[in-house]
Design a protein around this ligand. Structure first.
Ligand code: AHR
Length: 607
């Protein structure tokens, strides 16, 4: 029996419960949601070779530290043009993008680049063309290239026509056929290509991925990590001051936690604007003096890192009259951003030196002194200070996630509130299968039921490029053209979009392999039920404390599939999707039939 007390809510559903967690893993940022199409645009990805760049027309390519663009981009791509360069003979370079440059018809692309040459030459032609060079999909010209780099990049518009095919393996080229360029040298830096972006932001985000996130209506975005905020070494941490200002003045850094170069084009301001575009709030993770290789900082040596965190908070929230607020305004966002939550580090239970107690205290004291309104999140329990929340992470087998639906039921209600900042039932690659989604749904039902304790939650990781799946199970995957969502995405969408404002007492333990959560908003009752088993289950439901009755017609949204391993893929993205129908027979007592391997959300109207 599933007995629901509709008259006496247990507590409110946390109004900030569902959120998102993002870090640059599996090419989530570079080649992922950050819409830049050129890989290694800054020539900084390798010290030894211009990776992702190739010669066209017999040019010789090299990295040239004698021709830096500025103090951040300390080298450029040197292109020695052959003597054959001239009418009919183009020479230059090509970039292969992130596993190809994606092209669509009737689409406007924006190229930006810095160029200089050993003598004035021109024009320089920029094309998006087929991998074999036989078909040019779009092109534009830089009329002349002078002998010094300009202060700002040249900006070009490239538009594909109605007959352009959809292809994922195109390339970007920069060439010249000017006879005067024969035997001369061309230097290139910050060669960038953007497709249309979400909300048309010039340094913006991929539209299809943003739409999938916005549809989840997240309350917050936890960023920028995860391991990415820490780095393998302190030198390769997310050093936020290097991620603001013009993108061509950002040095970038090795994302050595996950094995590729980050241009940091997706920097602090871009994260904040991303949050703004989702109508969510930031959960800012600050570097807390510990890197993944165990390097850690204590005592006076911590002070600069604490100051960095204070400066970061000022950049986000300070008035334009403050030092860092003025920089934010100069970067294009005079309005301060709202900020309520700051997380000190990431997974500091890995710090075997025991330094987190001291490190947390240093950040806590400094931040609370200057920003007493901020809520601070510790990444492992501390004793000398009282964090506002503890971030707990759970990566579980699906059956363990299902069983863990009761994890927080008997928690000491007076202990520190919880932020489950990373969680996932792990099965399936690069995205979870139905079995994992059922585990996720049961787990999430438990978090909602206990959202007087678990105030916030976010699944992790969020994204994987199908060509760089270093972390097995991720919520959403894509190639450079298309993307799809996993069964787990749908399970989360169902439970968080069909959710009331109060949790109703129910009897979830009475039914083995079945997890439930009941919530209510006014006359709307939501009953989410997960059947983890392979048999159909008939659940007698009893609604206690009804003022009058229940409308006979209800809505049932069901997510299911034929087997535990059923899943969605790039080519078959809609195998497991929720289906909504009207069901009749709702009453004070009724029987709900749950299909095998299913998540069901019933929406009932109280009269
Ligand atoms: O989500 C992937 C990784 O898992 C995160 O970077 C880290 O915090 C955790 O160990």
């Amino acid at each position: 029996l599933l007995s629901v007390d509709v008259a006496n809510p247990a507590h409110a559903v946390s109004p900030i419960l569902p959120g998102l967690m993002f870090e640059d893993i599996n090419h989530s940022g570079e080649g992922g949601i950050y819409a830049e199409l050129v890989q290694n645009r800054s020539m900084m990805a390798s010290d030894t070779a211009p990776v992702h760049w190739s010669a066209i027309g017999g040019t010789a390519l090299a990295l040239d530290t004698a021709a830096p663009l500025n103090d951040a981009l300390k080298r450029s791509l040197k292109v020695v043009l052959p003597s054959s360069t001239g009418a009919g003979n183009r020479s230059g370079v090509a970039n292969d993008g992130f596993w190809g440059i994606p092209v669509r018809p009737r689409t406007t692309y924006t190229a930006r680049l810095f160029a200089k040459a050993s003598r004035r030459i021109g024009p320089l032609t920029v094309t998006i063309e087929s991998a074999d060079g036989a078909t040019v999909y779009a092109s534009a010209h830089v009329p002349h290239v002078g002998t010094t780099f300009a202060d700002r990049p040249v900006e070009l518009t490239l538009r594909t026509g109605p007959g352009t095919p959809v292809v994922g393996d195109a390339k970007l080229t920069v060439t010249t056929a000017d006879p005067a360029a024969a035997g001369e040298t061309l230097w290139l830096q910050h060669v960038s290509l953007f497709p249309p972006t979400y909300n048309n932001r010039p340094n913006g985000l991929r539209i299809d991925l943003m739409e999938k996130l916005v549809a989840l209506k997240p309350k917050f975005l936890r960023f920028p990590g995860g391991n990415f905020v820490e780095g393998n070494t302190i030198a390769t941490r997310f050093d936020w001051k290097n991620t603001i200002g013009p993108v061509w003045e950002r040095p970038g850094h090795m994302d050595d936690a996950w094995g590729y170069w980050s241009t940091d084009g997706l920097g602090l301001l871009e994260y904040l604007e991303w949050v703004e575009d989702m109508d969510a709030q930031p959960v800012l993770a600050v570097f807390a003096g510990y890197a993944l290789n165990g390097e850690h900082v204590t005592g006076d040596a911590l002070k600069p890192y604490v100051q960095d965190a204070l400066d970061e908070i000022e950049y986000i929230t300070g008035p334009v009259t403050s030092t860092w607020g003025a920089k934010r305004a100069a970067d294009g966002h005079p309005e301060p951003f709202p900020l309520e939550f700051v997380e000190i580090g990431n997974e500091d239970f890995f710090d075997r030196s025991g330094s987190y107690e001291e490190r947390y205290a240093a950040f806590h004291d400094a931040i609370k002194a200057k920003y007493p309104q901020l809520k601070l999140i510790a990444t492992t329990p501390v004793t000398s200070r009282e964090p506002d929340l503890i971030d707990e992470h759970y990566y579980l087998a699906p059956s363990a996630a299902q069983a863990a639906t009761h994890k927080y039921d008997s928690r000491d209600r007076n202990s520190t509130k919880v932020f489950v900042g990373e969680w996932a039932a792990q099965e399936g690659r690069p995205t979870p299968d139905l079995n994992a989604a059922l585990g996720d749904a049961a787990w999430l039902a438990g978090l909602i039921r206990n959202s007087d304790q678990v105030l916030m939650e976010c699944y992790a990781p969020l994204f994987s490029h199908v060509k760089n799946n270093v972390w097995a199970t991720n919520l959403i995957a894509y190639d450079n053209l298309t993307s799809y969502v996993s069964p787990s995405y749908w399970a989360q969408h169902m439970l968080t979009s069909r959710l009331g404002s109060t949790v109703l007492p129910a009897t979830p333990r009475a039914l083995p392999a079945v997890a439930t959560v009941a919530t209510r908003s006014g006359s709307r009752l939501y009953l989410a039920v997960v059947n983890y088993g392979t048999e159909k289950v008939k659940v007698p439901v009893e609604l206690k404390g009804l003022a009058k009755g229940v409308e006979r017609n209800a809505t049932a949204t069901v997510l299911t599939g034929p087997s535990r391993t059923t899943t969605n893929t790039l080519t078959e993205p809609s195998t497991v999707v929720p289906r909504t129908s009207t069901v009749t027979g709702a009453a004070a007592s009724f029987t709900s039939t749950l299909p095998p391997l299913s998540v069901t959300v019933l929406e009932l109207t109280l009269t």
